[in-house]
Write a protein that binds this ligand. Structure first.
Ligand SMILES: [Ca+2]
Ligand SMILES: [Ca+2]
Ligand SMILES: [Ca+2]
Ligand SMILES: [Ca+2]
Length: 604
């Protein structure tokens, strides 16, 4: 190596360090970070059952789910950073599309010409792909963009769950024809021609019994990633980018038509939205929307009487400290009736320590009607993920407290390589440099936060979480994206399904200590929307109270089972369940029997 070359390398390293420092300045730095202990203490099922009350078995092969996600191939002008741009799209959503009482799974694919899959639950542990025959496989056609995720909701209240597929491309709505197939209802729905979206939600924001539709934008809506007019498509900043795709709120008119009411509803925002959740967070009977944004601040839109929304992220505490928000999960983590919010971000030891956020509400701030949140991720033990995407709460061991599964891993490229140093060259640039893709250093097959394990965090009952990732399963180290929990075989336990970028999904069958009891509810609205999306279910037992909200999409590009599952620990008796329907009705069932799934229709 010549002296010249040596100097050049030293300068490059110094520049890299300089930009790295710039990158982390607005982020949350912490001292003495210790990696989570990953000792394989209880490596067998018996021990896991004894110490943690459950274990997860990988049953992907047995399930017959052979779906393989393929990431987008885009305009050749993006080839040098394609793995980075094309890093999303592996998604999974849970639906019982044929109302046979068994949850089915829908996976999205993200390459032109590749098929999405609808796996029908055959009830014997296996699943069968019926997407082709039902008409919802072929949605990634030339010129129409590719799928990023899907949500299910019964928008016409005919008793069958309908499908909305959000894409980098043409959004598509499919009407469920009595569980026998799907009719493409996009043309009459009045949806936009093109949205580059990574999240959407079904929600009834005005409580009229008709599900409305929220779509979050990532890239600007006027960008066709296959036919770029310009390479100036990237965020203008890593911390305060406001040049992402616009968000949309569509009012369901009841006749299959959706009206764009974004502006009058106060939801105009052009941040880089990656995840969103909807639920009544301030207990006024109206569904609020909370949004996780990449390259900037997260947002909380409080619903003002079903007429419009007011963004109060900063006042509520969650709208500070710009990070890389990639997930939104709701969980009553300390059984206080209030939903905490879990937003995933990026943690790369020694480089970027944003940490994931667990926002816990502390009751209304003085003079306001909305909660004030504080981030308790660190004391709760759920701060340090990796390059985290999807995360979901659910009581995995039925002990009465919500646990957390987090998917990690960005790009697993050449082993031992790292794009982080190259990355720092652009992250320190000015607006003009950052926003033009041509300035981003070529990836050349390198890894960036690749080969990361997913995490399973167990709630100890006080809202403190223990890392049991290596104890309760063989944790995946794929580039995992979306995660769902569902009782796939109606056994009273939550199974876990993970969608992986450029890979097969993982299906985990959960085996839970049979001494831990449970109860579950499947709701059907009458005056409220039939899917009961937005309903809050509060369960009272043994001086404990836990609330859960039925969501129309939650996590990262995912949707959990529609039913609500509660673990009860050793308690066999429940005092009551209180259901607050979106219509405003409160329905109470005294002493419901445990160990069963209750079907509850809204009583009017
Ligand atoms: Ca089914
Ligand atoms: Ca329907
Ligand atoms: Ca509505
Ligand atoms: Ca638990």
């Amino acid at each position: 190596m010549s002296t010249n070359q040596g100097n050049k390398i030293v300068i490059q390293v110094l520049i890299a360090i300089f930009f790295m420092v710039l990158l982390v300045i607005p982020m949350f730095l912490k001292k003495n970070i210790v990696s989570p202990p990953h000792e394989n203490k209880y490596s067998n099922a018996k021990m896991a059952l004894e110490y943690f009350g459950f274990y997860l078995t990988d049953v992907t092969e047995k399930s017959g789910i052979q779906f393989i996600h393929k990431s987008p191939q885009l305009d050749p002008k993006l080839d040098h950073i394609l793995p980075q741009i094309a890093s999303m799209g592996a998604s999974v959503s849970v639906v019982d599309f044929d109302n046979d009482g068994w949850d089915d799974l829908y996976f999205t694919n993200s390459r032109i010409g590749e098929m999405n899959a609808l796996y029908h639950n055959e009830q014997d542990g296996s699943f069968k792909d019926v997407a082709g025959e039902t008409g919802i496989a072929d949605v990634n056609g030339q010129g129409s963009g590719v799928s990023m995720g899907a949500i299910w909701g019964d928008y016409d209240n005919d008793g069958f769950e309908d499908l909305f597929v959000y894409k980098w491309g043409k959004p598509e709505l499919f009407h469920n024809e009595n569980g026998n197939g799907f009719r493409n209802a996009t043309a009459e729905a009045g949806l936009p021609e093109w949205v580059n979206s990574n999240t959407a939600l079904w929600l009834d924001f005005d409580n009229d019994g008709l599900l409305d539709l929220f779509i979050g934008g990532y890239f600007r809506h006027d960008i066709n990633l296959w036919e770029l007019v310009s390479t100036v498509i990237m965020p203008e900043s890593f911390e305060y980018a406001n040049n992402g795709g616009r968000n949309y709120l569509f009012l369901n008119k009841g006749d299959g038509v959706f009206e764009d009411i974004t502006e009058q509803a106060g939801l105009s925002s052009t941040r880089w939205t990656l995840a969103a959740g909807a639920g009544d967070l301030n207990n006024d009977g109206f569904t609020d929307i909370v949004i996780a944004n990449d390259y900037g601040n997260d947002e909380l839109f409080i619903n003002e009487s079903g007429e419009k929304f007011k963004e109060i992220g900063k006042d509520a505490g969650i709208g500070f400290t710009p990070k890389s928000g990639m997930n939104m999960a709701f969980g009553d983590v300390s059984n206080t009736r209030h939903q905490s919010l879990y937003i995933s971000n990026i943690t790369e030891m020694g480089i970027l320590l944003q940490g994931n956020n667990l926002w816990k509400p502390k009751g209304p701030k003085k003079g306001t009607t909305f909660p004030k949140y504080s981030n308790i991720a660190r004391p709760s033990g759920v701060e340090l993920g990796g390059w985290s995407y999807g995360a979901q709460f659910g009581d995995l061991n039925n002990d009465g407290s919500l646990d957390l599964y987090v998917a990690n891993g960005f790009i697993s490229g050449i082993k031992g390589s790292s794009y982080w140093y190259d990355y720092s060259k652009v992250t320190g640039g000015n607006k003009a440099i950052i926003s033009d893709a041509v300035n981003w250093p070529a990836m050349e097959g390198k890894s960036q936060s690749g080969y990361q394990q997913n995490m399973v965090w167990l709630n100890d009952g006080n809202g403190n979480f223990l890392d049991a990732s290596f104890d309760v399963c063989n944790p995946a180290a794929l580039d995992s994206r979306s995660v769902v929990m569902a009782d796939l075989w109606n056994r009273g336990v939550l199974d876990v399904v993970v969608a992986n970028q450029n890979n097969q999904p993982l299906v985990y069958r959960n085996e839970v200590d049979p001494e831990n009891h449970w109860i579950a509810f499947k709701l059907e609205g009458a005056e409220s929307n039939k899917s009961a999306i937005g309903a809050m279910v509060s369960l009272y037992w043994n001086d404990v109270l836990q609330s859960q909200i039925i969501t129309g999409g939650i996590g990262f590009c995912s949707q959990n089972q529609r039913g609500i599952h509660f673990g009860l620990g050793k308690n066999q008796d429940v005092d009551k369940v209180e259901i607050k329907w979106p219509s405003g009705r409160v329905q109470i069932i005294e002493k419901p029997a445990t160990g069963k799934i209750h079907k509850v229709v809204e009583s009017i």
